[in-house]
Design a protein around this ligand. Sequence first.
Ligand SMILES: Cc1cc2nc3c(=O)[nH]c(=O)nc-3n(C[C@H](O)[C@H](O)[C@H](O)COP(=O)(O)OP(=O)(O)OC[C@H]3O[C@@H](n4cnc5c(N)ncnc54)[C@H](O)[C@@H]3O)c2cc1C
Length: 475
Amino acid sequence: MADGTMTPPLPEDARSALKAAVGDKGWYETEADMAPYLAEERGYYHGESPLVLRPANTEEVSKIVTICAQHGIPITPQGGNTGLCGGAVATGGVLVNLGRMNTVREVDAINATMTVEAGCILKELQDKAADAGFLFPLSLAAEGTCQIGGNLSTNAGGIQVLRYGNTRDLVLGLEVVTADGRIWHGLRGLRKNNTGYDLKQLFMGAEGTLGIITAAVLKLFPQPAETTTALVASESPDLLSALLGRLKKATGDQVTSFEYIQRNPLEAVFAHIPNTQDPMQEVYEHYALIEMASGQEGVIRDLAETALGEAFEAGEIIDAVLAESGDQAAKLWNLRESIPEALKHCGPSAKHDISVPVSKVPEFLKKADPHVQAAIPGCTIMAFGHMGDGNLHYNLVMPKETTPEDAERLRHDVPPGVHDIADSLGGSFSAEHGIGLMKVHEMDRYKTDIEKHLLRSIKQALDPKGIMNPGKVVP
Ligand SMILES: Cc1cc2nc3c(=O)[nH]c(=O)nc-3n(C[C@H](O)[C@H](O)[C@H](O)COP(=O)(O)OP(=O)(O)OC[C@H]3O[C@@H](n4cnc5c(N)ncnc54)[C@H](O)[C@@H]3O)c2cc1C
C-alpha cells in the first residue's frame, strides 16, 4: 500500500461485476498490464491495485462507482498520471483511468464554449479550440499527456494564469459521477447562474476525493492577433517585480505570462537538454520570460519595446532578447519548459510549490535562501516559476555526495521551514500542484480548526462511505 494502510482484497463477485460493467476492453488485472497505471514517474510512490478499469463512457463510470459503493471498495480516479503530489497513486481498491473518454462532444462558437469528456488530452483540446478559431488558454509543460479531468481535479495553473486565471476560471459546467454512483448532469454553458451553492466548484480542486468528473463545459477565448515574447535579465527579483507592474500598466494588462528563472536552472537546461543555448552574450543571475498578447495587430510589439526601453533606463533590466519570429519565441519557451526535465539530471532534490502575494516574491526569496542553505549546506537553489501569479517552484538540488537516506530525510525535513516562510508572508504551501498524498500533513498543519471542520464536513456529506480517493487531500 502506498500509504501503509491495509485494504481488504477485492471480493470475486465485485471483480466480475466491475469487469462486466466496462466490457473486455475496459479492464486490466495482470501485473504487467497494470504497471503503467501504478507507476509514479519520480518513484516517490508505487501504486497498488487489484484491478485497473478504463471506462468508455459516463454510464460505465456510474456502474463502477455503484458497485464499489455497494462493496465499500476504494476508488482512485486517474487522468494522465502527471500529477506531482501522488494524487493519482492507487492505495488499494480499484484505479479508474479516464483515458478512453476522450470525445469533444460539442463546440458552440456563439457561446464560445466547448463540451469535452474528462479523458481528453489538454494539448488536443488546445488544438481543437484553435481549429474552431478560438484559444483555450490552459497551458503547462505536461500538456501533451495530462487530461482535462486531471487539470480540473487539481485546478491546474500553468503559464497563462496571469491573464486567464486558473482552470477553475475556465469552466462553466461539469458532469460528475457522485460517490454513490449517480450522475450529476451539470453541463450548463451559463455565464450567469445564481442558484445557490456553486456545486461544480466543490469538485474542481478536489483531486477525486468527492466524485469522478466525466465531462466539462470549457470557456473559449479569441485567439490573440499578435503576441510578443521577451527574455530579460535583471539584477534582482525586486527589479523584476517593478518591471511586471510597468508592463501591466503599459500594455493595458495584456501580459499573459511572467515567468521568473534563476541562472542555475537555466544552466541545468543548457547542460542536459539537447539543442539549447544561451540567447544572451553575458551571464546574469535573474531572468524573466515574458509574453504579451493583444487582440489587434501592430500594437503590442510597439508597446512592449517602449516599455522595455523605459525599464532599461530605470535600471529594472540590464539585457533583453525580443523574439523576432514564432520559431524564436518557441526556443525561448523551450528553455523555460525544459527546466523540470533538466532538473531530473541534477541529482536528488527537495521541491516546493509555494505562492505568496506577488509583491512578496522578492521577500520570500530573501528569507528562504539563507534558511535552506543552513538546512542543506552546499545545496543549489533552482528557483523558477510563475512570478506573475506569486507562484515559485523553489527547488533545491542537494550536494552530489548526499546519500539516498539523507535525501529522503531532507525531502521531509526541509519543506516545513520553507512553507513557514511562505505562510508568514500570507502565502500557501501548495500553489498549483495540489495536495495528493504528499501534502496531507501540511493541510493538518496550516488549515485552521474551522477550515478542517468544513473540509471534513464536505467530505462526509458527499462521500459518506469514504471510498473516493481515500487518504488524499483531507487531513
Ligand atoms: C513537466 C510537468 C510540468 C507541470 N507543470 C504544471 C503547471 O505548470 N501547473 C500545474 O498546475 N501543474 C503542473 N504539473 C502537474 C500536473 O501536470 C497537473 O497537476 C495536471 O493538471 C494533472 O493532470 P493529469 O491528467 O495528469 O492528472 P493525474 O495526475 O492523473 O491526477 C491528478 C489528480 O486528479 C485526480 N483526477 C484525475 N482525473 C480525474 C477525474 N476525471 N475525476 C476526478 N478526479 C480526477 C486524481 O485522482 C489525482 O488526485 C506539471 C507536471 C509535470 C510532469
